[in-house]
Design a protein around this ligand. Structure first.
Ligand SMILES: Cc1cc2nc3c(=O)[nH]c(=O)nc-3n(C[C@H](O)[C@H](O)[C@H](O)COP(=O)(O)O)c2cc1C
Ligand code: SF4
Length: 414
């Protein structure tokens, strides 16, 4: 697909697939404001950004895939002065795309937040950044010093952790409370930070907003597919020659992404698509789409001599440990799923597989947030895709694969 029919603007819109990463240079220094404006043109007030976003088809890139225009419209329809919160927590251990944007092209993210704030009548923008991310913080603070926005900005450090990025957990952390999710409704768009209608948007989502505000919905749709327009960032890791953050046109196949990264370094047996809330596939022709499971944009190329059962057991234990510890089905269910997979991996049981599928079903939609749903999806796909390996573990107590630590698990940094 080629980019076409670009809206006339003082600066040419990026014509290829490198849109968000168009300005990134080899020395990996942040793009300064004057370079940013030279590249994309100044951010002018968009006539009707909410409608433009609706027709662009942009979906959130933080994992939930919610239509962005619809969310802005919902916040704007509330009574009271809204607030914009930039979700810069990126708690998924296999993801680094939001950090890359913050570090390398901070003005793109800030433009998106400023444009969204102007569109919904917000004057305050709060960036919630996970604690310890000093490079990203420095890039943001330096970028904010260069700008003359009307909005009131603040960059706040919040607790690191997988669940801390859930929007109500983030809002609680920003209010000085424990970073734990709360039951919805009310949703943040109804009552969020200090009770105000709050637009919570992922870093990458806002970077796309910055470009759609300049170049329009038609330009955004000029790459990708009809159902899934535009580009997305993917953090690619595992057995590939050049792991890293890639910008792809939506609909790209896993094999094409791996080719872009210089190919596989060894024989692959599977791909994890969508990170730890996503799922496994053996299909290299699997198309990458946000609503179709790409989630927060993670792909792991899994080598054939690694054990999918052991590595998945380790991730499931990590997800169980990351539970915010307040909903019974999540606390007990995820721990049981992790123990079950660990027992199978260690060859200590011969009949746990069927229980796991039932337990995964029982934890789904039973928490204050979607953490158990994501973990259950991951376990279910492990049961399906590594069926043969599981059968071998159950029958003989082991398989030929090893736990090579292909799937990273983070540790809380306070
Ligand atoms: C357990 C859990 C963890 C999450 N972690 C993140 C995260 O690290 N970053 C993020 O942007 N969204 C995260 N989300 C999604 C947010 O709740 C929210 O949907 C998102 O920030 C909205 O932005 P978007 O619509 O632009 O994606 C998480 C959701 C859940 C259930
Ligand atoms: S579902 Fe789990 S992670 Fe989510 S709020 Fe409840 S205990 Fe915490």
């Amino acid at each position: 697909m080629a980019a076409s029919a670009l809206r006339r603007t003082p600066v040419a819109a990026p014509a290829g697939v490198a849109r968000l990463l168009d300005g990134v240079r080899d020395d990996n220094r942040p793009v300064l404001l004057d370079e940013h404006v030279r590249l994309y043109g100044p951010l002018e007030p968009a006539a009707d950004l909410v409608a433009t976003l609706e027709s662009s088809g942009l979906r959130g890139r933080g994992g939930g895939a919610f239509p962005v225009g619809q969310k802005l419209a919902a916040v704007a329809a509330q009574r009271g002065r809204p607030v914009v919160v930039v979700n810069a927590t990126e708690g998924e251990p296999a993801s680094s795309k939001d950090r890359a944007l913050l570090r390398l092209v901070p003005h793109l993210v800030l433009d998106g937040a400023a444009a969204a704030a102007a569109a919904i009548g917000a004057r305050e923008i709060v960036v919630g950044l996970a604690r310890g991310r000093s490079n990203e913080r420095d890039a943001l603070v330096a970028a904010l010093k260069e700008r003359r926005d009307r909005a009131r900005w603040s960059v706040k450090a919040v607790t690191d952790g997988f669940v801390a990025g859930e929007e109500t957990a983030l809002l609680n952390a920003l209010s000085g409370k424990e970073p734990k999710p709360t039951m919805k409704p009310p949703y943040p768009f109804e009552r969020g930070l200090r009770g105000a209608p709050t637009l919570v948007q992922n870093v990458e989502t806002l970077a796309h907003v910055a470009l759609i505000a300049r170049f329009g919905a038609r330009w955004f749709r000029s790459v990708g597919t009809e159902a899934e327009p535009g580009t997305a960032l993917v953090t690619l890791s595992g057995a590939v020659r050049r792991p890293g953050v890639y910008e792809i046109e939506l609909g790209t196949r896993v094999s094409e992404l791996i080719e872009q990264a210089g190919g596989a370094t060894e024989t692959l047996s599977a791909f994890l698509v969508g990170g730890y809330f996503g799922g496994w596939t053996r299909d290299a022709a699997h198309p990458l789409t946000v609503a179709g499971g790409l989630g927060a944009g993670v792909v792991v190329a899994f080598p054939a001599d690694a054990c999918g059962v052991r590595e998945s057991a380790r991730v499931t234990r990590y997800l169980a440990n990351e539970s915010a510890g307040q909903c019974g089905p999540c606390v007990h269910g995820l721990a049981a799923l992790a123990s079950g997979l660990e027992e199978i991996a260690a060859g200590k049981t011969s009949d746990r597989r069927l229980h796991l599928a039932r337990w995964a079903q029982q934890v789904t939609a039973r928490g204050a947030c979607r953490h158990p749903d994501g973990a259950a999806r991951f376990v279910n796909s492990t049961l399906t895709v590594f069926e043969e390996e599981l059968a071998l573990h159950l029958r003989t107590g082991r398989c030929r694969g090893r736990d090579r630590g292909v799937l990273p698990v983070g540790s809380r940094r306070g």
